[in-house]
Design a protein around this ligand. Structure first.
Ligand code: ADP
Length: 537
């Protein structure tokens, strides 16, 4: 029997229109690059987005064409997030920290027609202009004075471009399976791969992110996404926030230490999100300088949130870290580690161990862990397997096609993450397949070792990679960054490791190396490829 329900598509203009109807007076705040604060309402945001849609149409943008952004987190970027998909074009958010070859590669592969760019970021495009093909117009976001922009052809300021569109509201029908956005993987192995989100997948992801057991976004929160809008759509937070009408605060380039802490305080931010390195720096800063913060939740993902950091924020500042896992291929939120009610009376030690896990699959997403033969491993909390995932916001292929190594024959996405699952459905990552260290035929989890080293209060960051060893195949090398003003004693670290690792797994004393910083990828994760290369050299 067919249902009697309406055939009503799940599309992004519905979220935009509701912003005007349900919460037109709520605020969107941006701290711009020159430190000025811009404040406007969702009602004004709606009008400007309508103008932008009409300006894009007038400039000849057609459905399916990719329009790129090369921007940090600010209100104009939010307008682009909604205007581009609402005229059936495809929003391509470019990671501003990509290496030149990758930058050129993705602009050409996506066939970007226009690029909207922050003035301060324009040099990265200018330098590679001779290799960028087919871009017809550059729209400069935060500059009106220097037009036309000296080194980018066919440039126009964002405000002048916006002024070419009028306020006539026109929404054409959209099929919910049409492309809304395209994001590229950060290309830690090979060229970046394009993942194309539909209106439907983005809509469903937004609703799920808002669920109480997920990120629990809602109208009463004040949300500041630190995670860049060029990194997997800022984990879907901009779309979900507009859906709820929460007050949104965009930090522009003010992403670290004092700059971030001041904005969190002055705007009364209650919920924020970003990768662990950002929170490490903030934690050190908050220990030195006192702020009056309303912050209650910090969503942490992208890399493992160390247990020490979770404990530190909660005990010292009463702020909860909500650990989440995801990938570009999963829109990105796939699991969230919110403690369950029956854990309330557990001992601290046990509760923190659970909070440090990557968590339970979001409603709508299915996860499994399988061995090398594709058989499910037991959910016993210690047998590792590769994480497989499927669901309405998980990609079924790449823009360039289906790569057989990324999908099982029956259509599950292979994440490349090695995990354990437990009786309560919690998933914990023990490593990425390519980062595991093989010693005398046995595997060592680099993540476990890193977490243990980072539990030392004098350690700011630690990254572990394997080096070739004639006897052990591979031996772990620990790169340690001490907290400012502290030093690292390799003997102390080795003693700590001895408590949890077998003697054959331990690094040699001189393989515990103090370094001023760990190289990071374009999205702020430890760049183990560079560390391995340094070791080879
Ligand atoms: P890339 O795969 O190029 O690094 P993504 O940003 O899509 O780009 O990264 C996805 C990967 O990041 C996951 O497969 C996983 O290894 C890692 N990751 C994401 N969230 C977490 C987390 N909470 N803990 C540990 N690793 C994580």
């Amino acid at each position: 029997m067919r249902s009697t329900m309406m055939d009503y598509p799940l599309v992004l203009p519905s979220i935009l229109k509701r912003a005007k109807d349900a919460h037109p007076h709520k605020e969107i705040v941006t701290k711009w690059h020159d430190n000025s604060i811009q404040r406007y309402t969702y009602g004004e945001f709606y009008k400007r987005t309508i103008r932008l849609m009409n300006a894009l149409r007038k400039a000849g943008v057609k459905p399916e064409e990719a329009i790129a952004t090369f921007c940090l987190n600010h209100s104009a970027h939010l307008e682009l997030y909604f205007a581009i998909p609402s005229i059936r074009a495809v929003l391509h958010t470019i990671n501003v920290r990509l290496f030149p070859e990758q930058l050129v590669y993705i602009i050409n592969e996506a066939k970007d027609k226009f690029i909207f760019v922050d003035k301060s970021l324009a040099p990265a495009l200018e330098k590679n202009l001779d290799q960028i093909k087919g871009v017809q117009k550059f729209i400069i976001i935060d500059d009106k004075e220097n037009m036309p922009f000296p080194n980018l052809p066919n440039s126009i300021s964002y405000e002048d471009f916006l002024a070419t569109g009028d306020e006539t509201e026109h929404f054409e029908p959209i099929d919910e399976f049409e492309a809304a956005c395209i994001c590229y993987t950060s290309g830690t192995t090979g060229n970046p791969k394009g993942v194309v989100y539909s209106h439907r997948s983005t809509y469903l992801h937004s609703m799920s992110v808002c669920m109480g057991d997920a990120l629990a976004l809602c109208e009463k929160e004040t949300v500041l996404p630190v995670v860049p809008m060029f990194h997997v759509n800022s984990w879907g937070i901009p779309f979900a926030s507009v859906m709820t009408g929460c007050k949104l605060v965009f930090p522009g380039k003010h992403l670290l230490g004092a700059g971030l802490a001041e904005l969190l305080e002055s705007e009364g931010v209650t919920l924020t999100a970003g990768v662990p390195t950002v929170w490490n720096v903030l934690y050190q800063h908050l220990k030195k300088t006192k702020y009056n913060l309303k912050l209650h939740t910090m969503v942490v993902g992208g890399s493992a949130a160390p247990k020490g950091l979770i404990e530190g924020f909660e005990k010292d500042f009463g702020i909860s870290i909500l650990h989440a896992w995801g990938m570009t291929e999963t829109s990105p939120v796939g699991t969230v580690s919110r403690p369950r009610s029956f854990m309330n009376d557990w001992k601290d030690e046990e509760r923190y161990a659970y909070r440090a896990k990557q968590g339970v699959a979001m409603a709508g997403v299915e996860i499994r862990a399988v061995d090398d033969d594709g058989k499910d491993v037991p959910k016993d909390g210690h047998t590792p397997g590769e994480l497989l995932v499927r669901g309405p916001w998980i990609t079924g292929s790449y823009r360039s096609g289906v790569s057989p190594e990324s999908f099982t024959p029956d259509g599950w996405f292979r994440t490349g993450d090695v995990v354990v699952l437990d009786q309560y459905g919690y998933m914990q990552i023990t490593d990425r397949k390519k980062d595991l260290i093989k010693t005398r035929g046995e595997w060592i989890s680099s993540v476990d070792m890193e977490n243990l080293v980072m539990a030392d209060p004098d350690v700011l960051e630690a990254a572990v990679v394997g080096r070739k060893d004639p006897v052990r195949d591979e031996a772990p090398v620990v790169f340690v960054v001490p907290v400012e003003g502290k030093s690292v004693d390799p003997k102390k670290i080795l003693e700590r490791l001895k408590e949890h690792f077998a003697h054959w797994q331990l690094p040699k004393l001189d393989d515990i190396r103090s370094v001023p910083s760990v190289p990071k990828t374009s999205v702020g994760k430890f760049d183990k490829k560079i560390l391995r290369k340094q070791l080879e050299e």
